[in-house]
Structures are given as structure tokens and as C-alpha cells.
Design a protein around this ligand. Structure first.
Ligand code: SF4
Length: 335
């Protein structure tokens, strides 16, 4: 256990955690909402200091389709999350600390993680699987060292950081995939125990920081799949973040506590993709439907397939930032 960053004393032995937009006030001996930050005698400590998942993934799995496509990324997580989404697909990593269980995992030094990434030919390190905000201290230390050694850093997140947290990460994070789960405050409140507005503010902030940002929305039947809500999400991305920001619309499967509905019909994803394009987005992708043509990058200028994929695998040569058919620029980070 190590002392946490980004907190302040408030009164008596109480502290306020300033890492995410919950801004928990934590009594002595208690933990914050995420369950991995604990007040001990008036100082805040992090329990998220052990690695609970570590893999080498294609960057396409994050998903990032316009950031170093075809490369591998060393990906890791500590346990914990500041959300409790009823459909969480990684709940065994994200949720146990919220029920009072101590986070499990192996100790790992940032330098060892960076060495492992370089030894395995990775181009980047990804902070992913659970919610990296709550293992901020390991993420920041690792990202600093990775930057020094010429690696990129990727954050896969729910986007609920505090502004101060984003500013601390700003010099070291190069790309992010952010879940935009809904455009409804009620859905964020009732299903995630969180709020939408800070996520929208942080997305604007990340764009201002110059990070490469892609958005993922898990489309869930009878929750966020109406034409109105999908249009609201797509219009926000197109108008406030920019039409070149990729939008990944992903297929839901029953998980965690949400077992009252079937997987998302593929026709719903295709409808969502059409809504995204109608809202002005240039790059809309369907996810969790391997083999679907919606995984390909289609040139918005000429309609040719600029980058072909199946699942997380590129089917064409390492792509460049131009359409092979008409030469139009494909935005992103390609080398
Ligand atoms: S990271 Fe967020 S949820 Fe966890 S203690 Fe800090 S403010 Fe609360």
C-alpha cells in the first residue's frame, strides 16, 4: 500500500479524494466509492497497487482503429472501478473492491512493465480492462517511464476523471478509447452509479489536450438503442469532438447483473451505424460481430475500403494515413 496522489484533508481526520469526479469525502478507516482508496489516520492510501491482469493485445482490441494499427500493446489492470455498470463485461476485475474485498494481484514495478513491453516488441502500453483512473499511481509512473523509453501510452476508460487527474496525465497519454455509455443522466445514475456530464466535459478536455480519442458505445436493447439517443451521442461526437473521431458501436451480451435481455441484434448495430454517418461521422465501426463489414475503414472521400479487418486482425498490408484508392488523408497516428 502506498500513499495516494490527488487528495486533500478536509476536517478532522476526513479527506477528500480528488482523483475522479465522485470527489468522495472519506472518513478515517473508510474507503471511497471505488473501494481501492482508504483513509488511514487522515491520509489517503491506494490499495490498487497490484497487477491483476496482464496481456499483450493487438491495439485493435482496445479498440483503437486509427492509432498505430497492426501493432501490439502491453495491456494491464489493477482491480477496481469507480462505476458499477450492471452490464459490466469485466466485473470480476472491476467490482470486487466495491463489495469490500481487497484487490488481488501481483506486485509489479513500472520499470519491469516497460521492459516487458519493449522485450515483446510492443509499440505502446495500455491501461485497460478495469478502470485505470483508480490505479492512477501505477499508470502515471509507468506512463512516464514508457514515454522516456519511446513507447506510447493508451488509456481505455469511462472518462470520469477529475480535471486535475487529466492534467497530470496530459503529457504522457497519447491515445484514449472512452466509453460513452449513454446520453442519459438517468442511465448513468441508475445503472452505473455515476454521472454523464463529467464524461462529456472530459471528452472535450481530452481533445483540447491533443490526445487521439476514439469512442465506444455498447448498444444495449431497450436501454440506449433508440434513434433519439443514438442520434444524440453521434451528434455530440460529430459537433463537439469532430467528425473524424471514430465511433465504435459494440454488441451487448448479457453479463454481470444484466441478464434480462438478449444480445443486440446486428440490425440494431447497422441502424446505429447509419445514424452515426447521418450525423456526420466519417468513421463508424461495429464491434463484437467478427466478420462484419462494419469493421473496415471506409474512405469518406471515395467509398473504397482503406483498411480491411476481421476482428482484431488487419487483412491488408500495414496501413498508411492515405486511402490507397484516391489518396485522401485518413486521420490518426499511423507511425
Ligand atoms: S477514485 Fe473516485 S471513487 Fe475512488 S475514492 Fe477517489 S473520488 Fe472516490
Amino acid at each position: 500500500m502506498r500513499e495516494a496522489l490527488l487528495w486533500k484533508a478536509v476536517s478532522g481526520q476526513r479527506v477528500q479524494c480528488r482523483l475522479c469526479s465522485h470527489f468522495c469525502i472519506i472518513d478515517d478507516g473508510a474507503r471511497g466509492t471505488c473501494g481501492v482508496r482508504e483513509n488511514r489516520g487522515g491520509s489517503l492510501f491506494t490499495l490498487a497497487d497490484r497487477i491483476a491482469a496482464l496481456h499483450i493485445d493487438p491495439v485493435e482490441k482496445k479498440p483503437l482503429f486509427h492509432f498505430l494499427p497492426g501493432t501490439e500493446t502491453l495491456s494491464f489492470a489493477a482491480m477496481g472501478c469507480n462505476f458499477s455498470c450492471s452490464w459490466c463485461q469485466n466485473y470480476s476485475l472491476s467490482q470486487p473492491p466495491r463489495t469490500g474485498q481487497s484487490p488481488e494481484g501481483q506486485p509489479a514495478e513500472p520499470q519491469d512493465l516497460v521492459d516487458a513491453a519493449l522485450r515483446n516488441g510492443c509499440a505502446s502500453i495500455s491501461y485497460t480492462y478495469s478502470e485505470p483512473t483508480v490505479f492512477f499511481e501505477i499508470m502515471l509512473d509507468t506512463a512516464k517511464r514508457a514515454t522516456q523509453r519511446g513507447l506510447y501510452n493508451i488509456m481505455v476508460s469511462n472518462g470520469f476523471q477529475s480535471p486535475q487527474c487529466l492534467d497530470e496525465l496530459a503529457p504522457y497519454i497519447n491515445a484514449a478509447n472512452i466509453d460513452l455509455k449513454s446520453f442519459s443522466e438517468a442511465t448513468y445514475r441508475d445503472h452505473c452509479k455515476a454521472r454523464l456530464a463529467p464524461v462529456l466535459d472530459n471528452l472535450r478536455h481530452m481533445m483540447q489536450l491533443g490526445w487521439w480519442v476514439e469512442i465506444t458505445t455498447l448498444v444495449i436493447p431497450a436501454l440506449n438503442d433508440s434513434d433519439t439517443e443514438l442520434t444524440d451521442i453521434a451528434s455530440f461526437i460529430a459537433k463537439e469532438l469532430g467528425p473524424d473521431v471514430p465511433w465504435h458501436i459494440s454488441r451487448f451480451h448479457p453479463d454481470f447483473t444484466m441478464h434480462d435481455r438478449a444480445p443486440t441484434p446486428v440490425t440494431t448495430l447497422e441502424r446505429a451505424a447509419a445514424i452515426g454517418r447521418a450525423a456526420g461521422l466519417h468513421y463508424v465501426y461495429t464491434g463484437n460481430v467478427p466478420g462484419h463489414s462494419g469493421e473496415n475503414t471506409v474512405c469518406p472521400s471515395c467509398g473504397a475500403t482503406a483498411i480491411a479487418r476481421r476482428g482484431f486482425t488487419l487483412l491488408s498490408d500495414p496501413p498508411h494515413d492515405t486511402c490507397p484508392e484516391c489518396g485522401a488523408h485518413i486521420p490518426g497516428v499511423f507511425e
